[in-house]
Design a protein around this ligand. Structure first.
Ligand code: CU
Length: 691
C-alpha cells in the first residue's frame, strides 16, 4: 500500500483538450486530456544512468538516451517500482497497483526527457515475463514542452501481445511524453504495465508553412491495415491485414484479422473474422449496391466474403470458378461484381473474367472476357502482368479498363462476355501500381498517374493522363498532361469534393516491403489547370500495401504499408490529411456550411433530393464511397451536381439516370460555399432502380 499514490479520478476529466480539426472527424468532439499527476511518485530528481537499449523498431528517427529521464505515473505496484519502464532493462516493468485495491483505468505515465528534443515517435515494450496483465490496448499519446500544455500526437489500439509496439508521429519539439492507457488490451483487468518505453527524435525539425494542409495525429491499429473500405451507417473505416497482425505467410488459412476505426468515437476496435473461411490478404475488393465490401480471393484464392455493414456480419459467398490473388474487381451497372486477372495466387495465367451475381449468389465465367489483352509486359511474367487492373464499371454492364497495361480495353459482362481493344494510353508505358481516378463521371473523365513498367525494380513514372470515355466500344481520347513532381509506384490517389485529386505516398522504384525512395510529399492535381501542386509532407512512408480513402468530412485517411513479419517497414497506422480548403490562411479551422436537412437519404436513379443548409453554397458534388487496397480503388468516383436554389438555402439536386454513371450504392454529397469550404457530407443511398 502506498498512501502517497495520488489517484487521478478527480482530475482526469477536469481538463479537456479540444484537438484541432484534423483529429476530429465527422463531429466536433473533444478528446479528454489527462494532466500529469501532481504528486511525483518515484524518480523525481533521480538520475538513473541507464544503459542505452536500442530496440529494433520501425519508428522514425533516432533513439534518445534514457539517461537522466524521470517519469511520473498515476499508480504503481510497489514490488515493481515506478520508473522501471525507463530503466533500460526489459526484465523489469512498471505495473499499476493491484493490491490492496485495483486502481481503475485509465492510467498515465509521463516521461520527462529533461530537455527538449524534436520527438517523432516512441516504442512501447510490454512486459516480457510471459504474462500479459496490463498490456496497453486503447491509448492516447501526448507531448508537451512545458509539462502543462499537452497536444495529442497519436492514438489508437495496440495488439495484445508482448511484441514491441512502435509509434511514429509528425515531429514536434517536446520535453514530456505522456501515454494515456485507456484499456487493457485483453480486458483482463484494470491494469497497465510497461517493460520499456523509448522515445525517438528526428534529425531536424522545420515547421511547415501554412496553406498546404495539415497531417493529423497518427492513428494506431492493432494490425498492418493493408485493405480498407468506408462503411455507411457507422462513420467507420474497416481495415484488415491477413491471418495475423504482421504476417501473411504461414497462416492457417480461413481467418482474417480486421480492425475498424470509428470516426465519431475515435476508437479502433479489433475483430478476428473466421465466419467465411477466408484469409482475405491481397484480394479483389469493391463495394456493391448495398455498400457491402465484396472481397474475393487472395490467400484463400477461391473464396468470396461479403461484409454487411448494417448487421456487422461477414457472409460467405460461393467460390470463384478461377482462384485469384491481385485480381481487380469492380461493381457493374446491373449490380453484379466483375473480376479479372489475379495470378499472384491460385496458379499463374488464364485468369479470364468472371462475374458474381449477388441475387443468384453464383459466379459465372465470361469466356468473352480474356485477360490477355490487358497484360503488362512485366519482367516477372504473368505472375505480375495481370495484377491490379484499373477497372471502371460503366454503362450497360460494361467495364472500361484504363490500365495498368498501356493497352486499354472495353469489357462487357453481358451474355458470355465481350472485349474490345481501344488503343494505348498515349505514350505511357505499362504503369503497374499506378492510379486511375474518375474525377468527373458525368463527362467520363479519368486521371491516371504514375506506375511502373514492372512490379518490382524498375523506375516509376511521374506521368499523368486524362482519359475521356463515352460509351462502351467507343475509342476514348487520351490527353497527356503535366507530370507530377515525383515518380511514384504504390502511391494512392483520392478525388476530393472540389474535383481535385490528392496523390500521396509511393516510391520511385518498386520495392515491395521496402520504404526506400519513399515519396513523403503529396500532390494535388487541379482539373482547371491540369497541373499538380505539392502540399504538406508527412513523415510516415506509405508504399507497398498502403491505401487512402476520402472521409465524409472532406479529409483523407492514408494508412498501411508492410505486413512483412519482423521487417522494419510495417506501418500499424494511418494518418488523416486535412486539405487547405478546410483551413483558414492561418491554418485555423475554416467555418463550414452545415447541412441541416435532407428530404431523403435514399434516392432512385433519376430522383431528386432537397438539401437545407445553414448558409449559402455555390457548388455541389457527390463521391461514391471508396474501398482501397494495392493502389486500386474502383469504387470512388465523383459527379459534379447541378442544382436549383429554392431560396432559404434550400437546394435540390437530381441523380443521373444511368447506373453506369451514378453507380448505385452509398455516396457522399458535398455542398461547398463561396470560400470553397465543403460541409460535412451527407450519405445517400442510390438504389438500383430508376424512377
Ligand atoms: Cu499484397
Amino acid at each position: 500500500m502506498h498512501p502517497q499514490v495520488h489517484i487521478l479520478d478527480n482530475v482526469i476529466l477536469s481538463l479537456w483538450l479540444v484537438v484541432s480539426i484534423f483529429a476530429t472527424q465527422t463531429v466536433a468532439i473533444t478528446i479528454p486530456y489527462v494532466p500529469p499527476p501532481t504528486d511525483v511518485l518515484q524518480g523525481e530528481g533521480i538520475t538513473t544512468n541507464n544503459t542505452f537499449v536500442n530496440f529494433a523498431a520501425a519508428v522514425n528517427g533516432n533513439t534518445i538516451s534514457q539517461s537522466g529521464w524521470t517519469d511520473v505515473v498515476d499508480s504503481f505496484e510497489p514490488g515493481n517500482g515506478g520508473y522501471l519502464a525507463i530503466d533500460g532493462n526489459p526484465n523489469t516493468f512498471w505495473h499499476t497497483e493491484w493490491t490492496p485495491v485495483e486502481v481503475p483505468l485509465p492510467h498515465t505515465i509521463t516521461i520527462n526527457l529533461q530537455a527538449v528534443y524534436n520527438v517523432d515517435g516512441l516504442t512501447y515494450l510490454p512486459r516480457q515475463d510471459g504474462l500479459s496483465n496490463g498490456n496497453i490496448g486503447q491509448h492516447q499519446i501526448f507531448t508537451s514542452t512545458d509539462g502543462v500544455n499537452f497536444v495529442m500526437v497519436a492514438y489508437g489500439t495496440f495488439y495484445d501481445d508482448a511484441t514491441l509496439k512502435s509509434v511514429s508521429w509528425e515531429t514536434l519539439p517536446a520535453q514530456y511524453v505522456q501515454i494515456h492507457a485507456i484499456t487493457e488490451a485483453g480486458n483482463r483487468g484494470p491494469w497497465t504495465s510497461a517493460a520499456e518505453i523509448n522515445v525517438y527524435e528526428a534529425g531536424s525539425y522545420d515547421p511547415l508553412p501554412n496553406g498546404i494542409g495539415i497531417w493529423g495525429p497518427t492513428i494506431n491499429f492493432p494490425l498492418v491495415p493493408v485493405a480498407a473500405a468506408l462503411e455507411p451507417h457507422s462513420w467507420s473505416v474497416l481495415t484488415w491485414s491477413s491471418w495475423s497482425d504482421t504476417l501473411y505467410t504461414g497462416g492457417p488459412g480461413g481467418q482474417t484479422l480486421t480492425a475498424t476505426w470509428n470516426s465519431i468515437t475515435n476508437v479502433v476496435s479489433e475483430l478476428l473474422v473466421t465466419d467465411t473461411d477466408h484469409d482475405m490478404f491481397c484480394p479483389g475488393l469493391s463495394l456493391d449496391f448495398n455498400g457491402r465490401p465484396t472481397v474475393t480471393g487472395g490467400n484463400n484464392a477461391q473464396r468470396t466474403s461479403i461484409y454487411d455493414p448494417i448487421y456487422n456480419v461477414w457472409i460467405s459467398g460461393p467460390d470463384m470458378n478461377i482462384p485469384r490473388g491481385y485480381q481487380a474487381s469492380c461493381t457493374l451497372s446491373d449490380g453484379r461484381t466483375f473480376v479479372i486477372g489475379g495470378s499472384w495466387s491460385g496458379g499463374e495465367g488464364g485468369k479470364n473474367g468472371e462475374v458474381y451475381d449477388p441475387i443468384a449468389n453464383d459466379w459465372t465465367l465470361l469466356p468473352g472476357c480474356p485477360v490477355a489483352p490487358m497484360l503488362t509486359d512485366d519482367a516477372q511474367g504473368v505472375y505480375r502482368a495481370d495484377n491490379h487492373g484499373w477497372l471502371f464499371g460503366w454503362k450497360n454492364g460494361c467495364i472500361f479498363q484504363a490500365g495498368p497495361s498501356s493497352a486499354m480495353n472495353w469489357y462487357c459482362a453481358t451474355g458470355t462476355g465481350g472485349q474490345l481493344g481501344v488503343g494505348t494510353r498515349a505514350s505511357d508505358p505499362d504503369a503497374m501500381c499506378g492510379n486511375a481516378v474518375m474525377y468527373d463521371a458525368l463527362n467520363g473523365k479519368i486521371l491516371t498517374v504514375g506506375g511502373s513498367p514492372n512490379y518490382v525494380g524498375s523506375s516509376a513514372t511521374s506521368n499523368a493522363h486524362i482519359i475521356t470515355i463515352i460509351d462502351p466500344g467507343w475509342t476514348p481520347t487520351v490527353q497527356t498532361v503535366s507530370n507530377m513532381a515525383y515518380e511514384r509506384i504504390f502511391a494512392n490517389a483520392v478525388v476530393l469534393p472540389d474535383g481535385t485529386v490528392f496523390v500521396t505516398g509511393g516510391q520511385t522504384i518498386g520495392d515491395p516491403f521496402s520504404d526506400s525512395n519513399a515519396i513523403l510529399t503529396p500532390e494535388i492535381w487541379d482539373p482547371a489547370t491540369e497541373t499538380f501542386t505539392q502540399v504538406a509532407p508527412n513523415s510516415i512512408p506509405r508504399t507497398y500495401h498502403s491505401w487512402a480513402l476520402l472521409l465524409l468530412d472532406g479529409t483523407v485517411m492514408s494508412g498501411g504499408g508492410g505486413l512483412c513479419g519482423t521487417c522494419s517497414t510495417n506501418h500499424f497506422d494511418a494518418q488523416i490529411y486535412t486539405p487547405q480548403y478546410l483551413l483558414n490562411a492561418d491554418n485555423s479551422p475554416a467555418t463550414r456550411p452545415v447541412i441541416t436537412a435532407m428530404s431523403s437519404n435514399t434516392v432512385a436513379l433519376g430522383g431528386s433530393i432537397t438539401m437545407g443548409l445553414n448558409s449559402p453554397i455555390v457548388s455541389m458534388s457527390m463521391i461514391r464511397y471508396g474501398s482501397a487496397t494495392h493502389t486500386v480503388d474502383t469504387d470512388q468516383r465523383r459527379i459534379q451536381l447541378s442544382f436549383t436554389n429554392a431560396g432559404d438555402n434550400s437546394y435540390t439536386f437530381t441523380i443521373p439516370t444511368d447506373p453506369g454513371i451514378a453507380m448505385p450504392g452509398y455516396w457522399m454529397v458535398f455542398a461547398i460555399d463561396s470560400a470553397g469550404v465543403p460541409a460535412i457530407a451527407q450519405t445517400i443511398l442510390i438504389t438500383g432502380t430508376e424512377v
